[in-house]
Design a protein around this ligand. Structure first.
Ligand code: URA
Length: 211
């Protein structure tokens, strides 16, 4: 695991992303526009890993999956399964509490066009690796999409060949943690019905059985 040299909110390790955030701060003065920290219960047994903050979502509000469409299905599902005290996440100051669950992203800074570069995903992994070291209680991990799945494997120094991403897959990792995979709950995936509500709930049924 690489060392985390700077606190997350001051990280400038990816020049392109740091520049994009600086531009955003200059034009959108009411945006959070910093690397977005994890949100939720620090002692959670379930860690959910997304891709990266959305420009008008987490990058604006400062909370993962908050303020844009990507959070709609996620937070309603967390509420349904008892991990959230309400079905919507509106802003970082709305008082929402997560119970037994924590949400983070594979890449902490908003990427241009929602597309982090391979090198940025790799560089940012130091933060996810540090979060996993600091959260031994997080025995169950949910990866939302392939990038998150691969980021979890890298953070735990596991080879990609150890387990392949597939929606609904459940992988028992060599370190005893369990990795569940789901398609990302993005607007695109939900509106095209690549990810339906029942299919997402089925993943949470499996997670509940593991907790
Ligand atoms: N917002 C996030 O915080 N993460 C995602 O993966 C998508 C939207």
């Amino acid at each position: 695991m690489q060392a985390v040299a700077t606190p997350l909110t001051e990280c400038r390790a990816c020049p392109r992303l740091a520049g994009f955030l600086a531009d955003c701060r200059a034009t959108q003065t009411d945006f959070f526009a910093r690397p977005v920290p994890p949100f939720g219960d620090p002692k959670a047994r379930l860690l959910i890993v997304g891709l990266a903050p959305g420009y008008n979502g987490a990058n604006r509000t400062g909370r993962p999956f908050t303020g844009d469409y990507a959070g709609v299905l996620l937070y309603s599902t967390l509420h349904r399964y008892g991990f959230a005290d309400r079905p919507q996440s509106i802003s970082a100051s709305d008082g929402l509490l997560l119970n037994g669950c924590r949400i983070t992203n594979a890449v902490k800074c908003v990427p241009p066009a929602n597309k982090p570069e391979t090198a940025e995903i790799r560089t940012c992994n130091r933060h996810l690796a540090a979060e996993l070291v600091a959260s031994p209680e997080a025995r169950v991990i949910l990866a939302l999409g392939l990038v998150a799945h691969n980021a979890v494997l890298q953070a735990l120094t596991l080879k990609r060949s150890a387990c392949k991403f597939a929606h609904g897959a459940r992988h028992i990792l060599p370190n005893g943690r369990i990795l569940h995979d789901s398609y990302h709950c993005s607007r695109y995936n939900t509106q095209t019905r690549r990810l339906t509500e029942p299919a997402f709930h089925a993943v949470f049924d499996a997670i509940r059985r593991d907790l």
